[in-house]
Design a protein around this ligand. Structure first.
Ligand code: ADP
Ligand code: MG
Length: 364
């Protein structure tokens, strides 16, 4: 036995952001201080099977060959003794137990509260937001509702259900055209990485965009298009969260779609973003307010639109933002004086603190 904390990193998963999660997890594992932590891993395949001991690096190189050599596991629902168990009954490292889970997972079934719910049922401490914060951070419609309630500025929007599209498409299109006008952005409510999102400049494009987005979700959000810069801030903490300095994303395309995010390296980030001091300060206040509004914990990246005349709109919060060494979330902290490795230390401490605070339990 040693007294290093056992950190179990979970990565992969069933969302469209599977590959991003693998790269994020690889960075996290490489950078966790191995004098303090012993690292255990679980890789979740795209079809939702959990494999013990898989390393992200192996998955990047030869997923098909490697995965069958690992043991498939499941959670044991025994809150007195949280642990994973092998489906074939074999013995797992550290008997399937750990001190904290770090779900380095993006998108649905990873970042949306479902995985967090499983971890709560089992009784594991974990890094990041709980069930409520994660699910509010995923659903763009409900997220906007709590932002609005907190008095945060957001762009005008309309929520449409897939069933409304089926029964009254013309009415929906008319309502959007009159209330929001063009261009507008059509988004599935519960995805990420710009999947299913389109920009529409007229009624025909709007119909196509609504039908396309409805392939991904039963609920859609349509927003008035704004001409603005995209500014992002990182938030860290639990009850007294703090905000980093702002950074700017400059997409290589008309908007920051999936291709601009992951396939075309010519999208740029500018840190710190060039903004007036008063705008920076306002953004930092809004970032923490947005974090608190959804009830986030640990970490969150809050994304904004800032127009030419410095009007600010909160676009969204991501409760498990991209976490590679070149991702905005850690880069903003590095530029704010907190190196990647120390950021990971803080996230683990915050996860343990949140567990104690929310369960009223002492850690053993
Ligand atoms: N209302 C809007 N006005 C202008 N551009 C937008 C608007 N909404 C989204 N976009 C563009 O689409 C991108 C993806 O939208 P976003 O809501 O951030 O979805 P995701 O959660 O998939 O990142 C944004 O980064 C931005 O480039
Ligand atoms: Mg976004």
């Amino acid at each position: 036995m040693n007294d290093k904390k056992k950190v179990l990193v979970i990565f992969g998963g069933q969302s469209g952001e599977h590959e991003v999660s693998v790269i994020s997890a690889e960075s996290v594992i490489k950078s966790l201080d191995n004098t303090k932590y012993e690292i255990l891993t679980i890789g979740i395949t795209k079809d939702g099977h959990w494999f013990w001991g898989v390393k992200p690096q192996e998955w990047k190189e030869s997923k098909e060959q490697i995965t069958p050599k690992h043991i498939q596991v499941s959670l044991a629902l025994d809150p007195k003794e949280p642990k994973f168990i092998a489906l074939d009954g074999s013995k797992l490292d550290n008997n399937g137990k750990c001190d904290i889970v770090f779900p380095v997972m993006h998108g649905p079934k990873g970042e949306d509260g479902t995985l967090q719910g499983l971890l709560e049922m089992t009784g594991f401490p974990y890094v990041g937001s709980g069930v409520l914060g994660s699910s509010l951070g995923m659903d763009k419609d409900r997220m906007k509702a709590v932002f609005q309630e907190a008095g945060l500025p957001i762009v005008p929007h309309i929520t449409v259900l897939r069933s409304e599209l089926v029964t009254q498409k013309e009415k929906v299109v008319e309502r959007i055209s009159q209330l929001l006008g063009f261009p507008c952005f059509i988004k599935p409510a519960n995805l990420g990485s710009s999947v299913g999102i389109s920009k529409a400049s007229n009624k025909e494009e709007l119909v196509t965009a609504l039908e396309y987005a409805a392939n991904f979700d039963r609920k859609l959000v349509v927003e008035k298009g704004v001409k603005a810069r995209e500014i992002e801030l990182s938030v860290l903490g639990n009850d007294n969260a703090k905000s980093s300095i702002p950074g700017e994303i400059v997409p290589c395309k008309d908007f920051y779609d999936y291709e601009a995010k992951y396939l075309d390296a010519s999208s740029k980030s500018i840190i710190p973003a060039e903004l007036k001091e008063s705008t920076k300060k306002q953004l930092q206040e809004y970032a923490v307010q947005a974090f608190n509004a959804v009830g986030a914990a640990g970490l969150g990246r809050v994304d904004f639109f800032v127009t030419e005349d410095d009007a600010i709109f909160v676009n969204e919060i991501n409760t498990m933002p991209g976490f590679t060494q070149i991702s905005m979330y850690p880069k903003l902290w590095e530029a704010s004086g907190l190196p990647y490795r120390e950021l990971l230390d803080q996230l683990i401490d915050l996860g343990l603190e949140y567990y104690v605070d929310s369960t009223n339990k002492k850690l053993s």
